[in-house]
Design a binder for this molecule. Structure first.
Ligand SMILES: CC(C)=CCC/C(C)=C/CC/C(C)=C/C=C/C(C)=C/C=C/C=C(C)/C=C/C=C(C)/C=C/C=C(C)/C=C/CC(C)(C)O
Ligand SMILES: C[S@@+](CC[C@H](N)C(=O)[O-])C[C@H]1O[C@@H](n2cnc3c(N)ncnc32)[C@H](O)[C@@H]1O
Length: 385
């Protein structure tokens, strides 16, 4: 491994524009070990210095925290504690771990807010562990991160495009092929189940932000196994729903519609949106679809949606976005690197997506605020009348 350079940059500050000069001076000060020691002891700066040191440590250790969570979920620890606190010895037996190792996990989980260490030595759920009990799809997400860990082992190789083929490009079969329409049943089953489970996290938030009752027919493009379509049909009892996805995914959605007793109102069509989209809907949804695609195919998809809609028709574009205030690392770091590992697409800001929508011929592009913008944001746009 190459040694990490630690000398400060030698560019003379005086040669920089004044804003850059101020920034350079600030950064030289912060980078100085003498200043760091001083700031950590000086009462007015001590708090900032400690917060920065902690933030930096958390960045170094984030992968360990994530693995503590992965271990808790794999061992089903939160469900074990759902009925009340337990002593570490009892937990060690139920987790099938040596007592000292169990205690290591319990203390780690408590330090992260997943559990609470009680004064009498027992452990209870923490607020974060309790919240996870109500979001079982997060466990599936964390489990599938094993692939992302492998793909991120050498992040620079990934950035340089030297790490292919990645595990995620194999997992998301449509991302790793030039012929998505030819993707088979076995290839779509794993991601279909994962998306189906996690769609519950976002479907209600989208429908609360944009109730569909004023529309007659929804076309959910790239709708997966139909979780959003089912929720939309329940939400708006007069709405007819068509789901469009790759043929084996659409077959799985059709089975889901039948199970839900929706076969009369919801249909699933198989095909690739690169070959055009069915007409007849007055509203089209793209839920967690556009960010999967590079700019060229994403623009082509939006143009295909525009062509499929009548004048005055509505497009709903819903996905996590880059630059979301308060959730910047989720869009820019997590989804940025996730999609890099997947080998296709990128997270876009609301402004970038609005630009693509305008280029595809949409008008009246507006954001509809959602309840949890870190998970999904929503842009609504209209075809010109
Ligand atoms: C009760 C008293 C007295 C006080 C309570 C105090 C209080 C208000 C506490 C709050 C409790 C509460 C309501 C908590 C709620 C927590 C929630 C809703 C947490 C939700 C967490 C969601 C998570 C962690 C979601 C993770 C999602 C992930 C990792 C998604 C990954 C998505 C991927 C990989 C998508 C891939 C698709 C592709 C390929 C990019 O297209
Ligand atoms: C990330 S998933 C999102 C699924 C669902 N909308 C959700 O939010 O859970 C992307 C979906 O787009 C579908 N898809 C990808 N390429 C496609 C194509 N060329 N034609 C039709 N569907 C496609 C995938 O099969 C998958 O179901």
């Amino acid at each position: 491994m190459k040694p990490v350079p630690h000398a400060l940059p030698a560019t003379p500050v005086a040669s920089l524009p004044w804003r850059d000069r101020l920034l350079a001076l600030r950064h030289r000060l912060i980078a100085s070990p003498r200043f760091q020691r001083f700031a950590a002891a000086f009462p007015p700066t001590r708090g900032i210095a400690r917060r920065n040191a902690r933030a930096l440590f958390d960045l170094c250790a984030g992968f360990v925290y994530a693995q503590v969570l992965a271990a808790c979920l794999r061992l089903d620890l939160f469900r074990l504690l759902a009925d009340g606190p337990l002593a570490p010895e009892a937990l060690a037996r139920r987790l099938d771990l040596p007592p000292d190792r169990a205690l290591c996990l319990l203390r780690a989980a408590a330090s992260l807010g997943l559990l609470t260490a009680l004064r009498d030595g027992r452990f209870a759920l923490g607020d974060l562990g309790a919240a996870l009990l109500g979001n079982p799809s997060v466990a599936a997400m964390v489990a599938h991160h094993a692939m992302l860990y492998d793909d991120l082992r050498d992040p620079v190789a990934l950035l340089r495009g030297q790490a292919e083929p990645t595990r995620l490009s194999g997992y998301w079969a449509y991302a790793g092929t030039d012929d998505p329409a030819g993707v088979g049943e076995a290839a779509v089953a794993p991601y279909g189940a994962l998306m189906g489970a996690s769609q519950a996290l976002v479907a209600r938030d989208i429908l609360d932000a944009y109730p569909l009752a004023c529309h007659a027919r929804l076309l959910d493009v790239g709708g997966g196994e139909g979780a959003f379509a089912v929720e939309a049909a329940r939400h708006a009892p007069a709405l007819a729903v068509t789901l469009f996805d790759l043929p084996p995914v659409a077959e799985r959605a059709a089975r889901r519609f039948a199970q839900e007793g929706l076969s009369g109102r919801a249909t699933a069509l198989g095909g690739s949106f690169h070959d055009g989209l069915p007409r007849g809907a007055d509203v089209v949804s793209l839920v967690r679809v556009v960010h999967d695609h590079d700019d060229g195919p994403a623009l082509a998809l939006l143009k295909a949606v525009r062509a499929a809609l009548p004048p005055g028709g509505t497009l709903l574009l819903a996905e996590p976005m880059a630059g979301t205030p308060g959730a910047e690392p989720i869009g820019d770091a997590y989804f940025g690197f996730y999609l890099l590992a997947m080998g296709s697409g990128r997270p876009r800001t609301a402004a970038e997506l609005s630009g693509l929508l305008a280029e595809a011929g949409f008008a009246r592009i507006r954001e509809r605020p959602t309840r949890r913008p870190m998970l999904v944001r929503l842009l609504a746009a209209r075809t010109p009348t």
